[in-house]
Design a protein around this ligand. Sequence first.
Ligand code: UD1
Length: 424
Amino acid sequence: MDKLVIKGGRRLSGSITASGSKNTSLPIIAATLLTGDGAFTLHHIPDLKDIMTFTQLLHHLGAETTFKGNTLHVSSGNVESLQAPYELVKKMRASIYVLGPMLARFGHARVSLPGGCAFGPRPIDLHLMAMEKLGATITIQTGFIEARAKGGKLRGGHIDFPISSVGATGNALMAAVLAKGTTTISNAAAEPEIETLCKFLVAMGATIRGTGTTELEIDGSNSLKAIEFYNVFDRIEAGTLLAAAAITGGEITVNGVEPEQMKNVLKKFIHAGCSIETTKNSITLKSPDKLIATDVTAKPYPAFPTDMQAQWIALMTQADGTSHITDKVYHERFNHIPELNRLGAQIEIHKNQAIVHGPQRLSGTKVMSTDLRASASLVLAGLVAEGTTEVLRVYHLDRGYEKIETKLNSLGADIIREKYNEFE
Ligand code: UD1
């Protein structure tokens, strides 16, 4: 296994370009299953474990894929298998994204149940409810979701989500674009990842009204076509890099971003005392002499994202005062806290809120990654901890951050990747 060995205390400076968004890549790659007509060319796809897992899944279904230099070519003309097996689905919950497009195109899909997750239950009931509203019959048997469209074709319907779900909205959209008739989706997720998926589907020939809002209306098409598409930047990676600069007292510019999409994250950096300057496609952060304790509450977009909560907690360990970080999306997403406390942080958990008492001097030791964003928060803490921090099980980090140590080292960090044997 790999670990990152971080020598703390280096101030980050310089400029860096954001990678393509992982969480946008996954639904748009799934959407390539909607048509066998032609080949897709997808640019600015990050070279990540999760992307590899997803392309493996497409291969298994019969699609042809090639990935080189952040460009992915996909042809789904030869898709034959309608079954997404446990061995691939268990590696990544986002595999559930194949359900909607397969059901819409073939009228039938079998997808392994994804199972639990490191930070609490992550049900898929809303995905299934959405498919049923479009006329699918769903049965769960031997660990598989068996979905069949009545009469072989989905029909438009009204889907009203009781809570906002990015994944279920994405699946509903991909199913509705090939359903017969019109579908309305209320309380749809309005995350930029869904907005981009809508634009992708429209470019394929779909008709979608309300893109970027929580009320979507889709007129089903008879067929869609393959397209060439340039993926958007990763707003969570960009936020993580800004937090890395802020925690080290540094100054960096992140290029290739759309600051508007990160408005509520940038506001929090400003509240914490950082100076933020933006252009149309860049963000420059200058750290203050002293960070100020700043509360955040993670909620659906446009609020502060749950995917930045762990990194914010790491940052707040260095801020002056007590901060409250509440997660209203995932109430149990706090695996990073015991590990941060092992580095010397003083953080308590009360229900879905972390209370961070800062500033605390952190000192390096071995810490364990437990999930993607938790790992990012440990890397941030390692950047400021005295001595050496070893972040173990970095495969979690590799699922979602492209060349993270190369990027941070180019800004002045001192991180090396080493192999280790977990059982020694
Ligand atoms: C996506 C992101 C993930 C992010 C999350 C919230 C991807 C690949 N992952 O995950 O990084 O943290 O959005 O922004 O894009 N829920 C249900 N039933 C369902 C589905 C979800 O109750 O069927 C609940 C979840 O438990 C959670 C909330 O809805 O409390 C939001 O989850 P959701 O937006 O669906 O997250 P994902 O799409 O899985």
